[in-house]
Write a protein that binds this ligand. Sequence first.
Ligand code: HEM
Length: 185
Amino acid sequence: MKRRYLIFFMMLVLIPSFLFASGKAESEPQAVTSASLPYKTVDIAGVVIDWERKGYEILFTITAPTTGWVALGIDPTQKMRDAQFMIGYVTDSGEVVIRDDFGVSPFAHKSDLSMGGDDDIRVIEGYEKDGSVTLSFAFPASSSDLYDVILTAEEVHTFLVAYGADGADDFTSRHRKIGKVDVQF
Ligand code: HEM
């Protein structure tokens, strides 16, 4: 009698587990590859950058622990040289200023406009809150400007981030902190 109960019990336990085991591979979530993510985020040196591809533009949001300037630099060849820079700040009156720059030497950047190029940044919004600044802007994935990088999904791109001292609402004062990371769009 006991043996019959034991066999019945084993059937109850084992049959469903075989069924689930055979179906497991199909029901498991697929690994999410970086290429399939529409929205990405990275935290470098306390600077959080989110980005999302929307049509021909990439929408960026950057938050840094400062009330001064914050910048994203993309694809330098040597320190700051040849990088695409988006650098900006929010003034005391709430005006959002973001400039499209290019790394002209290992330690200097200039606005594209000052060199005969275009400013291709579309400002979305910016604000300061609790001692941090947030800037949102759009940048074309592929602009025709000589001073802009082409942001491809296939290649690895290098992000530089930097931010200035509290209250440094300018494009010239030195960084309080810098960081670097490789990403894929
Ligand atoms: C706003 C005006 C800026 C000034 C005056 C400036 C100045 C300098 C100076 C003097 C150095 C060399 C010494 C050091 O490491 O501190 C340097 C290095 C560097 N800066 Fe800037 N910078 C500026 C903006 C930026 C921006 C916007 C970024 C990136 C988003 C950046 C990224 C870097 C990097 C990656 C290095 C090289 C660090 C190393 O590997 O030695 N800088 N900068």
